[in-house]
Ligand binder design. Structure first.
Ligand SMILES: [Zn+2]
Length: 314
């Protein structure tokens, strides 16, 4: 297998460092706080990877072209959709010229139930202008990465927990970036239409472009799992998250430790490989043999091979 080439410094430098805020009274900008440097760096590297890795711009353009084709099939007369330009360069142009702001927010709305937790969302608004170009991220997911975050004493592998949170943050930012880009390309109010090759949006019976990207790009869906007793405390919950591979993934809460065979648990090698790949041209490859267990069904195995036929030898 050829080595994964790093993304060249001049390409990486095209994508500005995102501005990151902590929502509150007052809302604070975090870019000058050195404790938040790992959070800002993780988001920045994710943006650079989406803009400049070998595969991401093509996967994203494919999603956008299917959305436009479906809207045309349905006979849309909306100017903003008819005029929308779909191109492989869209994601690069967007992240370079209209870099989204990140706002860390309590996405549980004060309700310490996993059912209430949203990992991220984009600001809904009528205008795809700069001040509406915001991605909200669950704040506890980001804050576990802070340089001064202290693990609770019962955490056995703080580095692994922190790296797992970084993977979840990166995937969440990628997912929301797809929504932010679609808003930018097609106009603010676009709901992804129902498309047969997309993942379903269980909330509205239509399709979900962000999960479709996760499936098509990473080739898996992430699932975060906690023991019941470990979720409620917002200050420590991310230190106890178990990151799993599952398809389809939904955030769920279970009573005991995880041993269902359909779950594949990430291990330290998997997460460090993912993090290293953020800085390279190669897709963020989660290799089956690096996972703790290997239990793909035929469909997953086929799709795994399809993914790697894009340019890397298995
Ligand atoms: Zn979504």
């Amino acid at each position: 297998m050829p080595p994964a080439l790093p993304i060249a410094a001049d390409l990486a430098a095209q994508i500005p460092q995102p501005r990151v805020f902590l929502e509150g009274n007052p809302t604070l900008e975090l870019n000058d706080d050195p404790n938040y440097a790992p959070v800002i760096d993780a988001v920045h590297k994710t943006f650079i990877h989406l803009a400049h890795s070998d595969v991401a711009p093509y996967v994203i353009a494919s999603i956008q072209s299917r959305i436009k084709a479906q809207a045309l099939d349905e006979g849309t007369t909306e100017r903003r959709v008819l005029d929308a330009k779909v191109a492989v360069s869209n994601i690069t142009d967007f992240l370079r010229d209209s870099t989204p702001c990140i706002v860390l927010r309590d996405m549980t709305d004060g309700n310490p139930s996993v059912a209430a937790l949203q990992w991220g969302t984009v600001l809904k608004g009528d205008k795809p202008t700069a001040e509406h170009n915001i991605i909200y991220i669950e704040k506890t997911l980001a804050m576990v990465l802070c340089a001064n975050a202290t693990p609770p004493p019962d955490v056995q592998s703080p580095t692994f927990q922190r790296d797992s949170a970084l993977v979840m943050l990166s995937v969440t930012v990628s997912h929301e970036t797809i929504h932010a880009l679609n808003k930018y390309t097609f106009g603010a109010a676009l709901v992804t239409p129902k498309i047969g090759t997309f993942e379903d949006d269980i909330d509205n019976g239509k399709s979900e472009a962000g999960f479709t990207f996760e499936r098509d790009f990473y080739n898996y869906r992430l699932e975060a799992i906690w023991e019941q007793s470990k979720f409620a405390d917002a200050n420590t919950r991310m230190w106890h998250m178990k990151l799993m591979f599952k398809n389809p993934a939904v955030t769920s809460l279970i009573d005991s430790d995880v041993d269902e065979p359909e779950y594949l648990q990430f291990n330290p090698t998997t997460v460090s490989t993912f993090i290293a790949s953020l800085s390279t041209h190669r897709p963020m490859d989660i290799w089956a043999h690096r996972l703790t267990t290997y239990d793909f069904d035929d469909l997953s195995q086929a799709s795994w091979l399809r993914f790697h036929s894009l340019g890397t030898a298995l």
